[in-house]
Design a protein. Structure first.
Length: 758
């Protein structure tokens, strides 16, 4: 029989390592030969070993030595729901980590995790063993209250961080007030949920839209400003193209190129010109020759790769390249010569490409046009004044419209997906406050430019492929068959459109066309469902085709000012035209693709976050207002509603639906009441009252406007756990005059019968 003296860390570790599988506490005690009276002491010892990263407690009360389990390294990415995923190095699946097993790690930290037996859905499950390197970027925090003369108590503004900070404010000129946002550098951990920090900048009141943009940039580590080396390199560039730059280029200044962009656009990197010929057309797409001024491996190139793309916000832009290039030397401004790479494409009367040529050229744009202006001129040509700069360009614009329609028809015939998902457009007053959230208007002029850019990108991808050049393709894999089947089942249950029986790409396109004919909210919901089922488009050194565009060979070429992949394609074209060998190896392309894909997701996440933050700010002044909306998502805990009037999404908690006991039907993506049979389904129109707009959690809370449940009852149900607590609901209903919930399932199986009918 052993003794308590044998209960040492070394002995316990040896037992855990020797075991072929995780062990129960009783098994460990048996191996040590100690009685159950020492169970509490052994548990305390195992807790110490867990904190030291030597042992792990698994589900079911099992223990294992950390060294006996597989390990992996990666970046911890925390979701807003609290759980996290470690983005593993290499091609493996991301590792799921529960919020209680972060072991002090924060979002963005590099960590080492141990992999547990079994999986969490499709992902392996793990626990953070240790932090390899702490995310070095500053944190944005909100001031909660003063703590003496030199400090404040603050909380990270990113809701993924659930701790507090005692912040030293010595470096600030004036003490910040409650509700102000600060930038801080984190220090040591003081208590389990409290860290020390030092403030180095006060951003201002958190509820300012401009401050919200700064917060999002910090949260997503979006670079602001350029380093000294890049600035010096940009400063050495000429203010205008020099005559020597024109040598060896095709002179296309006689062609009436025009740029067509949004009203607020400042950088014009693409220009187009179209003429009819023999019943068909010739299209020239001119793209600013950024590669002429940004050589590979220079300071500007390195910073451009690190950014990968420009980052656009409602009030500001963080460009990929300095303004001297993006708004100056490489901007195709009217009536000034500019260096360009030009794609010349000849089209048959049906829109088929007959041949395409690429030129290193010099062009001179005739006019800077806008989408709205071109769309209006094409629809109402007689309204264009005789002395307008647009008037002599009308024949060319009509020709462009004819070609765009021919290209659209061919794309539909070959099976491209045409998504109709409007983007929110924010309007601000003179003080920078949000006064309206509308829908960004898309016109036929947008479609003209879109068709022309797709045609140019395809022509360049085909040219570089034939030349065996090294460049990055833009690929979009076909959707997963299981996701496609689930999508069609969901669409069928919505009743909005009836999908074909076949679960293939043709059926997907048929569903989108049917939804477009329905229009309105129905079209919006179906488009969102289809988009969720899609794989993510990405950059890759190998061609895999582009499913969404139904293109066999595609790349990005038309926006080198704001996308690094396009800049890299320009270099490949210039090298191929000169007859040179590929300048880069596949290894470098793979590394570049990883960086670009990662930063593209970062830009998308930042865009979604600022839209959410500004929506919350705008709606905070409209508490109690009733909005029309469409159900855009359903879970077992809430109904998501897309508000029609303000282009924002909020949630109605199931706990607030006090008229019945609601059950989530995942196969139908619906909620159904046990007693009443009342249903909530995707695409359903509802009237919703705004209850709260919470900036701390980025939540917009709604309630059904027609809900007649007493207000006190709704509040109590929310506090007591809602649908999960039958007793609480019944008691609250009796207290406040509501209708008690019905135990239909246990009493007579009524709900089961109803669900079968549905």
């Amino acid at each position: 029989m052993g003794s308590v003296a044998d209960m040492t860390r070394e002995n316990v570790l040896a037992i855990l390592r020797a075991g072929k599988r995780p062990m129960l506490l009783s098994d460990i005690m048996g191996s040590l030969g100690v009685s159950r009276r020492w169970q509490k002491k052994l548990t305390a010892l195992l807790d110490e070993m867990r904190e030291a990263g030597e042992a792990l407690r698994l589900s079911g009360g099992l223990y294992a030595a950390a060294s006996s389990l597989k390990k992996a390294r990666g970046i911890l990415e925390v979701q807003r729901g609290g759980m996290g995923f470690v983005l593993s190095e290499g091609k493996g699946s991301d590792i799921y980590v529960g919020a209680e097993y972060f072991n002090g790690a924060w979002n963005g930290d590099e960590v080492e995790v141990v992999l547990l037996p079994g999986r969490r859905g499709k992902n392996p499950e793990g626990r953070v063993l240790r932090i390899l390197s702490r995310r070095s970027a500053p944190l944005a925090v909100r001031v909660l209250k003063r703590m003496g003369k030199e400090g404040v108590l603050a909380q990270p503004i990113d809701p993924r961080h659930t701790f507090f900070m005692l912040v030293n404010i010595d470096a600030l000129e004036t003490p910040p007030r409650k509700g102000f946002a600060l930038l801080v550098h984190a220090g040591k951990q003081l208590e389990p949920r409290v860290w020390a920090a030092a403030a180095f900048e006060c951003l201002g009141p958190e509820d300012s839209p401009a401050v919200q943009e700064r917060i999002v940039k910090v949260n997503h580590e979006i670079p602001a400003g350029f380093g000294p080396a890049a600035q010096e390199e940009a400063a050495r560039l000429p203010s205008e193209p020099e005559e020597g730059d024109f040598l060896g280029r095709s002179d296309l200044r006689h062609l009436d190129f025009v740029t067509i962009d949004g009203e607020k656009a400042k950088d014009f990197d693409d220009a187009v010109y179209v003429e009819s010929k023999g019943g068909g057309w010739i299209l020239w797409v001119a793209i600013a020759d950024v590669a002429h001024y940004v050589p590979y491996g220079g300071a500007l190139d390195k910073e451009a790769l690190a950014r990968s793309n420009s980052y656009y916000f409602p009030l500001s832009v963080e460009p990929m390249l300095p303004e001297a290039l993006s708004n100056g030397l490489c901007s195709l401004k009217p009536e000034v010569p500019r260096l360009a790479m030009v794609v010349e494409m000849h089209f048959a009367p049906d829109g088929a490409v007959e041949k395409s040529l690429l030129h290193s050229a010099v062009i001179q744009s005739r006019a800077r046009l806008t989408y709205a202006g071109v769309a209006h001129a094409l629809e109402y040509p007689d309204s264009v004044p005789a002395d307008s700069a647009l008037r002599p360009l009308l024949p060319m614009l009509f020709c462009a419209g004819e070609l765009a329609r021919a290209l659209q028809k061919r794309m539909k015939e070959r099976g491209s997906l045409d998504f109709e998902l409007p983007e929110p457009e924010f309007s601000f007053d003179e003080q920078g406050e949000v006064v309206h959230i509308g829908r960004e208007e898309r016109t036929f002029a947008h479609q003209i430019i879109e068709m022309f850019m797709i045609a140019a990108n395809e022509a360049v991808a085909g040219f570089l492929t034939r030349k065996a050049s090294s460049f990055l393709y833009r690929v979009h894999p076909a959707p997963d068959p299981d996701k496609l089947a689930a999508l069609f089942a969901m669409v069928r249950h919505t009743g909005i459109v009836e999908p074909p029986k076949e679960h293939d790409a043709a059926a997907l396109r048929a569903v989108l066309r049917a939804a477009a004919r329905e229009g309105g909210a129905a079209s919006y919901i179906v488009n969102r469902l289809v988009l969720r089922a899609m794989m993510q488009a990405r950059y890759d050194e190998c061609n895999q085709g582009h499913f969404g565009l139904a293109s066999e060979c595609y790349c990005h070429f038309t926006s080198p000012i704001r996308r690094y992949a396009d800049l890299d394609a320009h270099r490949a074209v210039k090298l191929a035209l000169a007859g040179g060998e590929p300048a880069v190896k596949d290894e470098r392309l793979r590394e570049a693709a990883d960086i670009l894909n990662r930063n593209e997701r970062k830009a998308q996440d930042a865009e979604r976050e600022i839209q959410k933050r500004l929506s919350v700010l705008f709606l905070r002044g409209k508490i109690g207002d009733v909005f029309s909306g469409t159900i855009s998502g359903i879970t077992d805990f809430g109904i998501f509603v897309e508000l029609s009037d303000v282009m924002a999404e909020g949630m109605i908690r199931v706990a607030e639906l006090a008229d019945d006991y609601y059950i989530f039907l995942p196969e139908r993506n619906e909620l159904a009441g046990e007693r009443t049979g009342r249903r909530f389904a995707l695409g359903q129109s509802v009237k919703a009252r705004l209850v709260a707009a919470n900036l701390d959690q980025l939540e917009i809370t709604l309630e059904l406007a027609e809900d007649r449940t007493p207000k006190k009852l709704r509040a109590v149900l929310s506090r007591r756990g809602g649908v999960r607590s039958f007793a609480a609901r019944a008691k609250a209903a009796r207290e406040f005059g509501g209708r008690a919930p019905h135990r239909g399932r246990k009493r007579n199986g009524k709900f089961e019968k109803m669900s079968q009918k549905l």
